[in-house]
Design a protein around this ligand. Sequence first.
Ligand SMILES: Cc1ncc(COP(=O)(O)O)c(C=O)c1O
Length: 284
Amino acid sequence: MKVYIDGELFDGAAARIPVCDHGLLYGDGVFEALRAVAGKPFKLAAHLERLTHGARALQLALPGGTAAMREIILRTLAAHGGGDAYLRLIVTRGDGPLGVDPGSCPRPRVICIADQIALYPEQKRAEGLQLITASLRRPSADVLDPRVKSLNYLNNVLARAEATRAGADDALLLNQRGDVAEASVANVFVVRGQRLLTPPTSDGALDGITRATVLELAPQLGLACEERTLGRMDLFAADEVFLTGTGAGILRVRALDGAPIGGPEPAGITERISRAYQELRARS
Ligand SMILES: Cc1ncc(COP(=O)(O)O)c(C=O)c1O
């Protein structure tokens, strides 16, 4: 693991930040997670755009702007040895006295990590995932807008922990109205015939870059797409359900709360999308 912190590169075990960083104290900051393939970060511009918008929502200045963030990602990846890597860029409010006031932190801190990640065991790619419906709901946009990829991930962490306790792989999060938002760190798609359905981000989902890529690829595969509000029933009535995310990739869902999703046959459309996505990543 290689870690960039405020201009310096470290081996993972030697990377340190002060305990008075408001990212640690209050979860005050934003982050992005990307994958590099053959030394090139996939969809870098889209990730930087999401980071910029999130930082703006928190009135957090990106030191050196978007161009500097791009350079830091590339520098950390190069220090890691290029190739295939998982990259995480984090911008915290920086160091300050105790107390939530962001105005007390003069300088945001930039951290970039280059490493590997495995969100689920490899055999899950073939088997598909078992989900539970989380008992916690996704906060609505007037509490904390889920479209901001902030350092506050407790809602996601607790949902995933609940899934693990229940012997499942991940959790489906509903919003305050009881509609589907997303999984703990992935967006949700329903396949119905030749159509893909996914909740709008205003239903409590992150504006996922993988989600956007699937929406781009689908018409090329002859599939129609629609963003629309979905309930749990739409998952039970689906031909296939899959999750999308930078960490997760594209993964079939096999069951929700113990009830099977789709039929026993291979998930043809999920497979086609997954292949198209991997090909796009490989040639980008
Ligand atoms: C809450 C949440 N939803 C969805 C996603 C998927 O987004 P992306 O495809 O940009 O990785 C992530 C990724 O980390 C996430 O944290």
